[in-house]
Design a protein around this ligand. Sequence first.
Ligand code: AHR
Length: 535
Amino acid sequence: MRFATLALLATAISLPAFTATTTPAAAQARASDAVEVRIDATKPGATISRDIFGQFAEHLGTGIYGGVWVGKDSKIPNVRGIRTDVVNALRAIRAPLVRWPGGCFADEYHWRDGVGPAKNRRSSINSNWGGSVETSAFGTDEFMDFVGQVGAEVYLNVNVGSGTVKEAADWVAYMTADPTTSAGKERADNGHREPYKIKYLGLGNESWSCGGAMRPEFYADQMKLYARFVRNYHPEQGEGKPDAMLRVAVGPGDDNTAYTDEVMKTWKQHDWAWSIESLSLHRYTTGGWPPSYPSDAFDEGAYARLVKETLGMDGFIKANAAVMDKYDPEKKVSLAVDEWGVWLKPLPGTNPGFLQQQNSLRDAIIAALNINIFARHADRVKLTNIAQMINVLQAMILTDEEKMVLTPTYHVFKMYVPFQDATFIPVSFQAGTFQHGDITMPRIDAVAAKDKQGKYWLALTNVDTQRAAPVTVNVAGLNVRSARGEVLTAPKVDSINSFAAPNTVSPKPITGSVRGGKLTIDMPAKSVAVIALEP
Ligand code: AHR
């Protein structure tokens, strides 16, 4: 990410119109707090790809070692060295996709260090992240085992910064080629006869910074080589096949769209020999750089500042989508927001290079707002990866030796499962206003979808820290008789789940009543809800 410009980005983006006002009188306040949501089922939108709920696992801190990999001889329950509690938790949120091995780490990763017998693996220093020793105990075959156990698909990031085209091509051949070839035989000799599938292939990471500080023109030339020569030999993934591997080029991490422009201009001129299918964007909520906002024990000012900054994701996507539209009005190249989330001050006493932070109700609300933005851009945004899956930044799961806790953000991902591969349904509503000091933002957010069984789902967020919101939803003609779902809230915006108190922020049932074609549901202050509209 290009850190210095993030704050500017957040302030440069205009807010959508909203109308409700705060009134002093309680009765009036109640009336003005009411929100009416209209669902326009006659205008279904794009499919909300399940891949927008993707995860990101970098060799960083305890994201892999300790968080995923404990080794076969560990006393922590594991299958072939991969911890079982974590696998089960990720299965429960139907994690569709895991990006690996980085991040900045990817551009210094040499895959040969991490294949073959454990005793022969090469160790090195992880110079990006805290100077820890990278043992390479968790390498390609362990990653494939992990995603197989989770039931997720693979997003592999190849090394463009310090690797070669041949190294990347050999790596993908190792994973995908038939055992009658040397590459496939090496994999088979390592115990994996069947080729692996790779859904997405990332061609570098942040090539404008940690990935090699390349000018857009230089990167675009590199990208063509990798897109051309890194071939997938899986029988179902060759070019032109329905399951063909999708190549993700590097795009920007700030409001400078030069990378988007150059990559898309280059793509526009591609011939039969190469192409890309996606463009990456990175955007974190940081509150400025370096991150100084704590991840626990913060006040409402910090809450308001970071929630407001998060809403800038919409303008960021729009700005890049507009550039893409110039070259690709048919939307053949998707957007991959393959790093997003809150990036906060490291927890005191931890290695600052391990990016360890707590995860609060605020972060859950921020996750929901981001997911809603991605859903509204479902026609262009086809995958995203929250940073990061375990123990790093805005994690789903925190572990400490044998202990594991599910974060508030995890619960949002679980509640939103029905949105995976559902059809986006437009909604309209007057959001009202939430104000804290001089920070003002829309108070309510809402998205809707129709799942494959024809059921409608509504996700609501009330960012207001004080006022509940009586929400009325016009469901006339939708065959809705009742509404039930789950709501996530907690005593305070900085409430967290700890190993000692793991359920402080956990979803509770919520129901609505339907009368005369209107559904009424009470959204508590500072909450996220996902509700099924039941026939
Ligand atoms: O997610 C942490 C780091 O953030 C990634 O390694 C890098 O791509 C980004 O700057």
